[in-house]
Write a protein that binds this ligand. Structure first.
Ligand SMILES: [Zn+2]
Length: 347
């Protein structure tokens, strides 16, 4: 029997109702029925394509997800493509490979939608596609989102990953600097509030060498100004070589001040900030156990899924050091709760 995504989500909601537990108690259900590190992970951050908009395909992704014990995956394209300048004989593979610029590439969402449509209904219920293919400094962006919602009804479950402050990628991307409090994003946030779509943002908390969260206020202004929008801050504001000694205090203040903010622990934030030297930082442990419903994990793979298992099971190290209930929430249920709320609200 195959079931649609909506049927799956309503059956999940029915399970909650029958259990008499609040929706945020799903972690309890999983903790009671599974191990803290076993099957059933939820990958809350995965790009179906690379910076050339190429992919091994969604079926390859799901195959690797099965091997890694991942049930649910958030998927998206990448909002930019790396230009292949004619001066280069070889096609680039990564945005950092040379100084050629990147530009916004809206077809990325259609690539994702076509890949999703190639799946059986049952497999479609495992993937949670987000819209990202627009220039976040252009007020036309909201119209792209409206078009995607119209063209692929019932497909989309969020907006993102928006690439805003992003170190070298910002320097290599054509046009003005994107930022979370840019007026061009206000109509996007208004739409997200209306449609109850979470918005996932990559915005570095600061800049290399300064050791201060100089861009944090941009993210905070967006979160504070649009309380109906559920924001996901990717990588907790981390980027390569970014050192911000106050970051745990900053994040603690934010999650305690705003109940519409979630934090994604994908990419290098895990190795460099949360578990440096494969040892969990005590400050991070206090933050995660104090606010266990506000964090996700993610593979952050881009188009190639050969190393998918390693990218998602690296978090076993984290879960082995957290109470099982907290591990279950971060590993599996927090992201599903967020998606379930979106779908329920849209009916
Ligand atoms: Zn990403």
């Amino acid at each position: 029997m195959t079931i649609s995504r909506r049927q799956f989500l309503s059956s999940l909601a029915a399970t909650f109702a029958a259990s008499g537990l609040g929706i945020t108690d799903l972690g309890t259900l999983y903790a009671a029925t599974g191990t803290s590190t076993g099957k059933g992970y939820t990958d809350a951050h995965c790009h179906l394509v690379d910076f050339l908009q190429q992919t091994q395909g969604i079926k390859a992704l799901l195959h690797q997800a099965d091997l890694a014990g991942v049930d649910h995956i958030q998927i998206m394209g990448l909002p930019v493509i790396k230009k292949w300048n004619a001066a280069n004989r070889r096609r680039p593979r990564y945005y950092l490979e040379n100084t050629d610029r990147c530009y916004y590439y809206t077809l990325t969402d259609t690539i994702v939608a076509r890949q999703v449509q190639s799946l059986s209904e049952q497999d479609q219920s495992r993937v949670h596609p987000f819209i990202c293919g627009f220039n976040p400094t252009d007020k036309n962006g909201v119209h792209h989102i409206e078009r995607m919602l119209e063209w692929f009804p019932g497909m989309w479950q969020g907006i993102g990953e928006l690439l805003l402050h992003r170190s070298e990628l910002s320097m290599l991307t054509e046009g003005e600097q994107a930022r979370a409090n840019h007026p061009s994003l206000f109509p996007v946030y208004e739409l997200a509030g209306r449609e109850n779509l979470p918005v996932q943002i990559h915005s570095d908390a600061g800049s290399k060498g300064l050791q201060e969260p100089i861009y944090l206020y941009e993210m905070e202004e967006a979160v504070a100004s649009f309380p109906k929008v559920r924001f996901i801050w990717c990588h907790a504001g981390y980027n390569r070589q970014l050192v911000i000694p106050s970051i745990v205090d900053d994040l603690t203040r934010l999650v305690e001040s705003y109940d519409n903010l979630w934090i994604d622990l994908s990419w290098g934030v895990f190795e460099e900030w949360v578990c440096p030297e494969k040892q969990m930082s005590e400050a991070w442990k206090t933050l995660l156990t104090g606010h266990p419903q506000r964090f996700f994990i993610g593979s952050d793979k881009i188009g190639n899924f050969d190393q998918y298992g390693a990218a998602i099971r690296k978090y076993d190290l984290l879960f082995s050091q957290l109470p099982p209930l907290v591990a279950g929430q971060i590993a599996r249920t927090n992201f599903l709760d967020l998606i379930n709320l979106s779908t329920e609200a849209r009916g």
